[in-house]
Write a protein that binds this ligand. Sequence first.
Ligand SMILES: [Zn+2]
Length: 62
Amino acid sequence: MPIFDFVCSECDKEFEDLVLRPDEEVKCPTCGGRTRKRMSAFAAPGSGGHTAPAGGCGPGGG
Ligand SMILES: [Zn+2]
């Protein structure tokens, strides 16, 4: 049976659901939020964080 693994984007709830159509949207059974399919051997490139250069001149007396 076409059962896929899903993970909720709202509460990160992992569950399985029977999907008859490939373009069918599955709602989270817990919170009813949007979910995304879990792909096998999913390789994420990794998310990088940006850091802001905290700098600035102090209150200089003139
Ligand atoms: Zn959820």
